[in-house]
Design a protein around this ligand. Structure first.
Ligand code: SF4
Ligand code: SF4
Length: 105
């Protein structure tokens, strides 16, 4: 079950950066500020199996987050595969000046 669940993740690593909540409910992705455990060369977590204990701020993607979390990018596999169109849309903004870097991922 967990294997199937996690297969929705295509390991882009975009949920492993700081996100800044805006007053209007949207989020800005701060890709200058990665999780200390993210390997930015591979975009893989260096402690994946132990991540929830090693880094308490790490959040497992639950069905609730897959359906409602506005900070997940629209490209996230959980959002694309599981979130029906009438559910809340992703409201993650990647600053234009940073977009070239994230487009390569
Ligand atoms: S600890 Fe969590 S937030 Fe940090 S790189 Fe690993 S999966 Fe991403
Ligand atoms: S944003 Fe979604 S697809 Fe990308 S690493 Fe995070 S959970 Fe996986």
């Amino acid at each position: 079950m967990m294997k199937n669940w996690e297969s929705h993740c295509h390991r882009c690593g975009l949920c492993c950066y700081e996100k800044i909540r805006q007053a209007d409910g949207s989020w800005i992705l701060d890709i200058s500020n990665p999780c200390p455990w993210l390997d930015e060369n591979t975009m893989q977590c260096k402690v994946y199996k132990r991540r929830l204990t090693v880094y308490p701020r790490c959040r497992r993607i639950t069905i609730w987050r897959a359906l409602f979390a506005r900070y997940l990018p629209p490209s996230c596999g959980y959002v694309r595969n599981l979130r029906p169109g009438f559910f809340p849309k992703s409201r993650l903004v990647i600053l234009e000046s940073l977009r070239n870097r994230t487009d390569r991922r």
